[in-house]
Design a protein around this ligand. Structure first.
Ligand code: CO
Length: 182
């Protein structure tokens, strides 16, 4: 099932998400995340972006493979994720976000991370991620803390985005209005 993606301006995106427990319907929310991600041709999507304040996100690098054959296909779900360690070496990458359509800006983040999370059966997985995998993981992890990538860009560049951001906010207000009606 495809769900509407919550846009920038909605207070939901600024909230802290809650841990998932085994009693939660993990397969339902995972399916909804993957279905919505696939339809919107994105590479990562988190619970709060579908109005579910739960610590879960999905990643699928498939849309990137068409343009860059060196990128590895990486598709997985991450439940109650943690970043245990970060490399001191950083990397710049132009990020975008399904909640901020049309905005792409350079963001500096650690190049490598050590992560721990639950898989769908609540097994604990620990692994090192680098490159695009580390990049998407960190972006999605931020969503669970109410942080957006525009919080991490150069303040002067952010000022230049005010017009675009206000347009997205107006759409988000309408979205919120219709959500409260249904
Ligand atoms: Co995002």
């Amino acid at each position: 099932m495809v769900a509407p993606i919550i846009l920038y301006g909605s207070p939901v995106l600024r909230k802290h998400s809650m841990e998932l427990v085994e009693e939660d319907n993990v397969s339902e929310i995972t399916k909804m995340l993957f279905d919505t991600l696939e339809k919107s041709e994105g590479i990562g999507l988190s619970g709060p972006q579908l109005s579910r304040l739960k610590r879960i996100f999905v990643i699928d690098t498939s849309p990137l493979l068409e343009d860059d054959i060196t990128i590895e296909r990486f598709k997985d779900v991450f439940i109650n994720p943690l970043i245990i360690d970060r490399s001191t070496e950083n990397e710049i990458y132009k990020e975008g976000c399904l909640s901020l359509p049309g905005i792409f800006e350079d963001v500096i983040r650690p190049k490598k991370i050590l992560v721990r999370y639950h898989d769908m059966s609540f097994n604990i997985i620990e692994k090192e991620l680098d490159g695009i995998k580390a990049r998407i993981f960190q972006h999605e992890f931020d969503h669970l803390e109410g942080i957006l990538f525009i919080d991490k860009i150069n303040p002067l560049k952010l000022k230049l985005l005010y017009g675009k951001l206000n347009k997205i906010k107006k759409v988000a207000q309408k979205q919120h209005f219709f959500n409260t009606l249904t």
